[in-house]
Design a protein around this ligand. Structure first.
Ligand SMILES: [Zn+2]
Length: 233
């Protein structure tokens, strides 16, 4: 399901809302990044468990994952009433779900390293919200208690500075996904997602700050190459 095919309950209205936006990528129309979208069959899929306040923000980079990685989707988070489909999928013998969250001593017994399992495709569940929302989702979602937790590791510093303050040192949703793909050895998909993110990030900044864009020929070339090789219909 495409991110935007979800019923629109509350259109995003905020600074810049008078700008005409591309319906798909939510970028201002003159900065549409749709032509750079490449769909990949990666070695994992992603589920974004999305806080209701987060869904329609143009700054949410989770949708870049949905654009790029096949079979990825969102579920609306609820503390007590998870989507039945989520529970069903969590129990699927063909999937190997991991909850993505930083390690901490009080749930150390849940932390795991990724291990490929015969006939089971890894699924990374990302709690998609602000850091504060994600922490709350992690602590209060009883139905996720049995899901092993994996910590994304990356040496990269976040380049995503559309958001401010406390979140600055956290990777954004899309960077987390790229880090995980790298972690499981799917470097090609990580590369493509990262290149798409780089284009998004730069276009977004250029449109907000009305400054010329930096040279994006490298990520654009990576995406063009990926489209030629691994794109799926
Ligand atoms: Zn677009």
């Amino acid at each position: 399901m495409s991110f935007l095919s979800a019923p629109l309950r509350k259109p995003f209205v905020a600074r810049g809302s008078r700008v005409t936006r591309c319906e798909h990528c939510l970028m201002p129309q003159v900065r549409c990044i749709c032509e750079y979208r490449v769909k990949l069959q990666a070695q994992a899929r992603f589920w974004l468990l999305t806080h209701r306040n987060e869904v329609y923000k143009p700054t949410n980079t989770g949708r870049l994952i949905l654009d790029t990685i096949a079979h990825s989707r969102t579920f609306q988070w609820s503390r007590t009433e998870p989507e039945p489909d989520l529970l069903e999928q969590l129990a699927s013998p063909e999937l190997d779900p991991y909850l993505v969250f930083p390690a901490a001593p009080d749930y150390d017994q849940r932390m795991v390293e990724f291990e490929p399992k015969e006939g089971r495709e890894p699924v990374f569940i990302i709690l998609d919200g602000t850091w504060r929302q994600a922490r709350r989702m992690f602590r209060h979602s009883r139905y996720l208690d049995q899901v092993p937790v994996i910590e994304p590791r990356t040496l990269r510093q976040t380049r995503y500075d559309l958001r401010t303050q406390a979140e600055d040192h956290h990777l954004c949703t899309c960077e987390v996904a790229a880090a995980l793909l790298e972690q499981i050895g799917d470097t090609q998909s990580a590369e493509v997602l990262d290149a798409y993110f780089e284009v998004f990030n730069e276009y977004y900044h250029a449109s907000r700050r009305k400054r010329p864009m930096t040279d994006l020929s490298a990520p654009k070339a990576r995406l063009a190459q990926a489209r030629a090789q691994v794109s799926i219909p």
